[in-house]
Design a protein around this ligand. Structure first.
Ligand code: SF4
Length: 63
């Protein structure tokens, strides 16, 4: 589980995903089951694939 800083924002590696190809991930958190290429977010817009690792963009943020 990794934590990175991008532009001052904390991003934590997401749970419930797997790599399915070169830097392509499959998120299994919800029924959308997004297959996300490198540099893109899933349908929800809050999980981003960065170099084959899926990060939760909302980690540590208060609603
Ligand atoms: S919508 Fe978001 S949480 Fe649901 S599968 Fe896609 S990336 Fe994962």
């Amino acid at each position: 589980m990794s934590l990175i800083l991008i532009g001052g924002n904390r991003r934590k590696e997401a749970l419930l995903y797997e790599q399915v190809g070169r830097n392509v991930v499959h998120c299994r958190l919800c029924p959308h089951e997004c297959v996300i290429p490198d540099g893109r977010t899933g349908f929800c817009g809050v999980r981003e694939n960065i170099d084959g690792t899926l990060y939760a963009l909302t980690y540590g943020r208060v609603a």
